[in-house]
Design a binder for this molecule. Sequence first.
Ligand code: FES
Length: 105
Amino acid sequence: AHVTYIEFNGTPHTVDVADGVSLMEGALQNGVPGIDGDCGGNAACATCHVYVADGWMGKIGERSESEEAMLDLADGLQENSRLACQIFASDGLEGLVVSMPESQH
Ligand code: FES
């Protein structure tokens, strides 16, 4: 699915993330800055924190308990906060837009 990542400074990056690949891995594979993925995708570092664009929260499923706990410790927590390593690309997410928080600038 094509996913657009918007850096904190407003720079957009639209890349094609293969089905089943997490948005964290998709960012790393495509050199999108602002997502580090330090814990390797285990919902344990929050360096892949993103804000999900309006209208998409209902389409990407619920936060798991471990994701919720990690986000509670993240800077800039918002209603639409998610960990990119816990969102996996699929046809249903074609056109998804996420943005990065100031702490990942
Ligand atoms: Fe560490 Fe997502 S990569 S929480």
